[in-house]
Design a protein around this ligand. Structure first.
Ligand code: GLN
Length: 384
């Protein structure tokens, strides 16, 4: 065997792949990896089908199908009053993860520092390291409702700070940014050469009448931000792996330099189908209510278990604390719940570089009501 030097020696297989595989192996209800267990709209499937029959089976333009970029520009204007030029400021990607990797690769040079809030979605740090960047992580605490301590952020910034990664609604904690966060963030980046990567893949999954504080709403922030969005979440079709990136032209130019050599372009038929489907604004306007009903139903069920519920303001996740029930590590407890209770979840310590274990588990509620009820009953019956 030829010897190689691993570029990511600490990295194994993602927790999502691991837990979904285990759930399938032991026949557990899979509330681990975030994806719906119901189908996307038949009408959308028809539209994609039609696009294929109409002959949209060759390469899409590198930046994505124009009709879809136009729809995205319209949606972004309508929701956030922001202007993005479909020609130079919107690129269709093969999902959120690719967009995140592309943005980081495009702008991070060796030794650039990137501020990441933990628990953090697991694709950020590897991308930063592969680009030669340095991860500066700041831990958030469940006791403090995972709020960002901006004074600590300020302390972490210096002239090597190139990027701050934000994620609202947040995976895995289901928290959201508030107006005060926007003000604090704006004060920190003002007059600094700091960019923002804003992972907004759960933008439409926000509850209790809260608004989504997209970077697109705030001109000074918008002009230094890559915003990442996901059609997987919007369309209940995570397996299609279609998303997009919004960025001002000077940033998008660099993004596309990488994008064209990473994927070149994304499958064309899906893009034509989605563009047609999105003409109906209700598709995204109805999403908060659709998911809030699921969240409320699941919350009500979980309240019958011994777990302590953390708030879920957005995303399709509900987390619980169990430290008052057992001292087991969350990674062990998640395995035991999957095997013995028959409900798979995600232990949140894996999203901390140091493996910090607050004894918090994440469940995905993007499921049919029967699935959620079945899972809740199994959790109620589970003897610790
Ligand atoms: N975003 C999904 C989750 O948090 C997982 C995506 C993936 O598996 N890469 O569960």
């Amino acid at each position: 065997m030829t010897s190689i030097v691993s570029k990511l020696p600490q990295v194994g297989t993602t927790i999502f792949t691991t837990m979904s595989a285990l759930a399938a192996e032991v026949g557990a209800i899979n509330l681990s990896q975030g994806f719906p267990d119901y189908n996307c709209s038949p009408e959308l499937i028809e539209l994609v089908n039609k696009a294929m029959k109409d002959g949209h089976n060759q390469y899409a333009p590198m930046a994505g199908v124009k009709a879809l970029r136009n729809e995205i520009a319209h949606k972004t204007k309508k929701l956030y009053s922001a202007d993005y030029d479909p020609d130079t400021e919107i690129t269709i990607t093969a999902g959120g993860t690719q967009a995140i990797f592309t943005a980081i690769t495009a702008i991070i040079n060796p030794n650039d520092e990137v501020i990441v809030f933990e628990p953090a979605f697991d694709c950020y740090a590897p991308a930063i390291k592969l680009a030669g960047g340095v991860v500066k992580s700041l831990e958030l605490q469940p006791g403090n409702n995972y709020r960002i301590d901006w004074a600590m952020v300020k302390k972490l910034t210096n002239n090597r700070t190139k990027l701050i990664i934000l994620n609202s609604p947040h995976n895995p904690t289901a928290t959201i940014l508030h107006q005060e966060d926007i003000e604090e963030l704006s004060a920190i980046v003002k007059d600094q050469d700091i960019l923002i990567l804003s992972d907004e893949v759960y933008e439409h999954l926000i509850y209790d009448g809260e608004i989504h504080h997209s970077m697109a709403r705030y001109l000074e922030l918008q002009q230094r931000s890559f915003i990442i969005a996901s059609f997987g979440k919007l369309l209940h079709a995570t397996g299609w792996k279609v998303g997009y990136c919004l960025a001002p032209a000077y940033l998008m130019q660099e993004f596309r330099k990488v994008h064209q050599f990473l994927v070149f372009s994304v499958n064309s038929a899906m893009q034509y189908g989605i563009a047609e489907y999105l003409k109906d604004e209700n598709i995204y306007l109805n999403l908060p209510a659709f998911f809030q009903e699921k969240r409320d139903h699941f919350k009500k069920g979980l309240a019958e278990t011994k777990f302590e519920l953390l708030p879920s303001y957005g995303s399709y996740f509900q987390s619980v604390r169990y430290g008052h029930l057992t001292n087991e590590a969350d990674t062990d407890f998640a395995l035991r719940l999957t095997k013995e209770a028959g409900v798979a979840c995600i232990p949140t310590s894996v999203f901390y570089t140091q493996g910090t274990d607050h004894k918090v588990l994440r469940f995905c509620f993007a499921k049919r009501q029967e699935t959620l009820d079945d899972a809740v009953n199994r959790l109620i019956d589970f003897k610790l």
